[in-house]
Design a protein around this ligand. Structure first.
Ligand SMILES: [Zn+2]
Length: 332
């Protein structure tokens, strides 16, 4: 990969017209959600609030309408600094080799969990194609769907992958043809998550599997505890990067890419209604790059690393709710 082929972060975001629409809960269709966090996101002068439904689902309402969402994903820096919401310190494309190796290992894990190997693999939200590359190295025949034009073009141009640029419902795939599908940090971006899950189910062969990964921190007791205890959050101890990650740095969190915030109950309801059987649930917490990559020996970062590790261990043991959820689903 040459330096010129790496999409870079533009100085200023492109501006576009912002329109919004009011929506009902995507899980239970009720319209009785209460304010959860105001001004969580922003596009230009337009602020976006999170609301929480009595069923437990959290979502952006009013949310950007279809054309506004389209413009958000046309934004050239979506995968350079827009997508990670502060979890990583480097942009996606700069982590190419590291991510491909990590995804090759993840593919091996999914093979063990599902009992399926070397078949046809579909990734929804295939970004720059690094997961596709990892799966291909393990012998899978891979295809992707990616909404972001710069990312889709990159995966086609630099890695030679078969990637459809657009929405899943527009992609010309045949029903029943895939053995394994992956939607990693995708469902929380979609306006019709049930439609997406039903389409993925249709594209899988009977007995085929879908891996779904979603962030769940914003719809978790951890975030609610922080909301309730804002005044006593130990800001000096946490430091500016961790505060940003926890979404308590006082700034908005950029564009409303995450229009849905699932907890386990909401996600389970949705996937079962879409015709999947839940075979495995993994709860975890993403380990922040600023703490775990440049291992500062100072006391505060060491303390924070210890807390993150302990939380991750307790979540994986099923003793605490996850800040990130991974479900292994099978089409019966
Ligand atoms: Zn609801």
């Amino acid at each position: 990969m040459t330096a010129s082929s790496v999409p870079t972060t533009p100085r200023a975001r492109r501006t576009f017209p912002v329109r919004t629409e009011k929506v009902r809960c995507p899980i239970c269709s009720s319209d009785s959600a209460r304010p959860y966090r105001r001004g969580m996101y922003r596009i230009g002068d337009v602020a976006f609030d999170l609301v929480r439904c009595p069923c437990g689902m959290v979502y952006v309402n009013p949310r950007p309408d279809g054309p506004t969402l389209g413009a958000m994903y046309d934004d050239a820096d979506y995968y350079t600094d827009g997508y990670n919401l502060g979890v990583e310190t480097e942009n996606y494309f700069e982590r190419k080799d590291e991510l491909i190796a990590q995804y090759e290992a993840a593919t091996a894990q999914y093979e063990r969990e599902t009992g399926i190997a070397r078949g046809r693999f579909l990734e929804l939200g295939s970004a720059g194609g690094f997961f596709l590359e990892g799966a291909k190295r393990r012998g899978w025949k891979v295809q992707g769907v990616e909404l972001s034009p710069p990312a889709a073009q990159y995966s086609i141009r630099e890695l030679g992958h078969d990637v459809f640029q657009g929405l899943l419902e527009e992609a010309p795939f045949q029903a029943g043809t895939f053995d394994l599908a992956l939607a990693d940090n995708v469902l929380e971006h979609t306006t019709d998550p049930e439609g997406v899950l039903r389409r993925l189910r249709e594209l899988l062969r009977p007995g085929g599997c879908l891996i779904v990964i979603v962030p769940s921190y914003v719809n978790s007791p951890y975030f609610r505890l922080m909301l309730a205890a804002q005044a006593v959050v130990p800001r000096a101890l946490l430091g500016p990067q961790t505060l940003k990650l926890l979404k308590f740095d006082g700034a908005d969190s950029g564009f409303p890419y995450h229009i849905l915030e699932f907890d386990l109950r909401a996600l389970r309801t949705l996937v079962e209604r879409s015709g999947f059987r839940v075979e495995r649930v993994e709860r975890s917490v993403p380990l922040p790059a600023h703490l775990f990559k440049n291992r500062s020996p100072s006391v505060a970062p060491r303390l924070q690393r210890g807390v993150f590790r302990a939380l991750d261990g307790l979540m994986r043991a099923g003793l605490l709710p996850g800040a990130r959820l991974r479900l292994v689903l099978r089409r019966p």
